[in-house]
Design a protein around this ligand. Structure first.
Ligand code: ZN
Length: 292
């Protein structure tokens, strides 16, 4: 990755460059927001600046900068995991800790770049906290994440957070609309079946997918609302749902539809209150069946 001078037109980079220049760069920084590529590019630039031997770091021409640029500097250690919950395992954190206590090879500093560090669980964060509290003088940590919200307050209090701007849409990880529609329509239709088990079957898609449940519930509610509008002879403008609202309007009473809408409200609320996911899926089945 090419090493470049900091862009001092950008307030965040200007502040980073200032801290580096005054040799008061924090031991731990969190770079949040923007795109994964932008975060990594900035992290590598900071790392190069930290190992660079020239005053206008990163100079791009000293041996340290050249190695940093070729991703082959022995004192810049990159740990990269997938953006999945708990992907940053506590074992990796323990390895980082033990390496951090070994003095740098060729530079004056040793820099750890931790990509997708927000995927650390509580155990991992507590493990990293031990070294953030008393880091060896030569160590820097650069933690990369889409949002700092996953970090414990104790970790945040030991770090300086640089927000690089809104998370880019390439990382917008909302689910495909089709998947949400399929799940929502399946559950909505299941309430017209006589057997309770049909709803359990339809809701099985949510069992291991809290996000799908969270994003489908408002759609399920919207389907029932569309059916209710048909009951009141109002136009149904939502073509996304096809004939489903009409089918439901034929089979369900106004009262049932109202209760179904209420039930989805309660479920959305319990998700907001961080209710246990499996219990919420079970509650979805029982509440919807009770409403009809
Ligand atoms: Zn240099």
């Amino acid at each position: 990755m090419a090493i470049r001078p900091f862009n001092t037109e950008n307030p965040v980079e200007k502040s980073i460059a200032g801290a580096l220049y005054s040799r008061r760069f924090p031991h731990a920084v969190i770079l949040e927001g923007a795109s994964p590529e932008e975060r990594m590019s900035l992290a590598k630039n900071i790392a190069a600046a930290l190992v660079c031997t020239n005053a206008d770091a990163p100079c791009g021409v000293c041996p340290n900068c050249k190695k940093a640029s070729a991703d082959s500097h022995a004192d810049i250690l990159l740990y990269s995991v997938e953006d999945k919950p708990k992907a940053f395992k506590v074992d990796i954190v323990r390895e980082i800790r033990s390496k951090a206590y070994i003095v740098p090879n060729e530079a004056e500093r040793k820099v750890f770049i931790l990509e997708n560090s927000h995927t650390m669980g509580v155990e991992g964060q507590n493990a990293i906290l031990k070294i953030l509290e008393e880091p060896p003088a030569y160590v820097n940590f650069i933690l990369l994440c889409s949002s700092k919200s996953g970090f414990l307050p104790t970790v945040l209090s030991r770090s300086v957070v640089y927000n690089l701007g809104q998370t880019s849409s390439s990382e917008d990880d909302s689910l495909p609309r089709e998947k949400i529609l399929d799940a929502a329509k399946g559950v909505a239709l299941s309430v017209t079946e006589l057997n309770d088990f049909e709803t359990v079957k339809a809701a099985a898609v949510f069992e291991k997918d809290a996000k799908l449940l969270r994003e489908s519930l408002p759609v399920i509610q919207e389907i029932f609302a569309a059916s209710l509008r048909i009951k009141y002879n109002a136009e149904d403008e939502n073509s996304e749902f096809g004939t489903l609202p009409s089918v439901l309007a034929q089979k369900l009473s106004r009262r049932s539809l109202l209760e179904l809408i209420e039930a989805t409200d309660l479920l959305m609320n319990s998700i907001k209150l961080n209710a246990n996911h499996n219990l919420t899926v079970t509650a979805l089945c029982t509440r919807l069946r009770k409403a009809i």
